[in-house]
Design a protein around this ligand. Sequence first.
Ligand code: ZN
Length: 121
Amino acid sequence: MSEASKTRVLWRGLTLRCARCGGGKLFHNYFTIVEDCPTCGLHFEREPGYWAGALAINIAAAGGLFAICFVALLAATIPHVPVGLSLALLLPIVILGPIVYYPFSKTVWVAVDRGFLQRLN
Ligand SMILES: [Zn+2]
């Protein structure tokens, strides 16, 4: 089997698929990833603390989305920034963003780890 390109590996992560084989059904439920890929057997949690990378990706994604929306809102409304409306729009991003992105952060982290960080296998 030929090795997938980095773009393909990252795309697999973004679409909740296994970074190595592209197989799906990687979650028992929304918050619980399977231990091994049901298609190729890749063991996802390589070591204790492995998912800290997924946490960092989740925080970066939510923070990035918040920053983009915050700057766009400021740019559109300055000098009369509506504080109440801003909070109503931005707080859900900060609170719900990491929850919505949670499963994606795990598969994207596996993709980043396998596609960009690992060179051993
Ligand atoms: Zn797989």
